[in-house]
Design a protein around this ligand. Structure first.
Ligand SMILES: CC(C)(COP(=O)(O)OP(=O)(O)OC[C@H]1O[C@@H](n2cnc3c(N)ncnc32)[C@H](O)[C@@H]1OP(=O)(O)O)[C@@H](O)C(=O)NCCC(=O)NCCS
Length: 155
């Protein structure tokens, strides 16, 4: 797939989207990186929670390529998760999803997210979008027998 391959970015509607598809891609993307996988039910509950908004990238053949989910509470927003299928990476999909989410959350005073300090790909993406480090949670993620710091980023 190249950058020109067609896919649609649309709001995740849990009535249309099968939460199992979201949880399966989430598990593939976060396998072994210290973050917990989210169950079908976790997605069902999250997407039914007021203030939550998600965008999916779906290929012409209906295949889910990636998604992002954020949440706004009062004047603050948070990016809760972002993932792109390993077979569709480095084509600008995550950046596209993030830009859609940021635009949607633009009324917030700030947008926060947490990322593992070792996740160079995601850090490069967030920095390219203008996120700056606000704080650090030491040894926040568990990876095998070791612990990894979480960076708190702000836009
Ligand atoms: C992080 C992730 C979402 C990036 O998805 P993606 O669609 O491949 O990202 P994009 O193609 O939009 O990349 C945008 C920019 O991010 C950076 N980036 C993305 N992947 C990178 C990599 N493997 N190495 C270095 N930089 C990378 C680059 O700056 C890139 O811009 P460029 O291609 O013009 O150089 C994807 O790798 C993923 O799902 N990883 C596992 C889950 C995860 O870590 N999620 C984030 C948790 S906070």
């Amino acid at each position: 797939m190249n950058k020109a391959k067609k896919y649609k970015v649309e709001i995740i509607d849990k009535r249309v989207f099968c939460v199992k598809t979201l949880s399966e891609l989430h598990a593939i993307c976060f396998h072994g990186n210290g973050k917990e996988y989210w169950s079908d039910n976790a997605f069902r509950v999250l997407l039914g929670t007021k203030g939550t908004i998600g965008f999916s990238a779906v290929a012409n053949d209906g295949c889910l390529l990636g998604f992002v989910i954020g949440r706004s509470v009062m004047d603050e927003s948070e990016v809760l998760t972002l993932c792109v299928s390993p077979t569709a990476r480095r084509k600008g999909i995550a950046k596209n999803l993030m830009l859609k989410l940021i635009k949607r959350l633009s009324a917030s005073d700030r947008i926060l997210l947490e990322v593992a300090a070792s996740n160079d790909c995601a850090l490069a993406l967030y920095e390219s979008l203008g996120f700056k480090q606000l704080g650090l949670r030491p040894a926040y993620y568990k990876k095998g027998n070791s612990r990894i710091d979480a960076l708190i980023l702000e836009l």
